[in-house]
Ligand binder design. Structure first.
Ligand SMILES: [Cu+2]
Length: 66
């Protein structure tokens, strides 16, 4: 689970989902808009930094402390 700051609507969810799904190790994404929680299904090779990078790429801020 990753906490993401700045998501406000369905568009934000779609943007983040699209960006994360470009990572080959990611198989599914589930976003809770109310809590800002992003659930990622991925294989073990996934680098958490790649996830954070993709979130920033989409224009949002991953919160590693949450
Ligand atoms: Cu939005």
């Amino acid at each position: 689970m990753i906490a993401v700051e700045g998501m406000t609507c369905r568009n934000c969810v779609a943007l983040i989902s699209d960006e994360l799904m470009t990572l080959p190790t990611v198989s599914a994404i589930s976003v809770n808009l109310d809590t800002g929680a992003v659930e990622v299904s991925a294989d073990a090779a996934l680098d958490i930094e790649d996830l954070h990078q993709a979130i920033r790429q989409a224009g949002y801020i991953p919160n590693p402390t949450a």
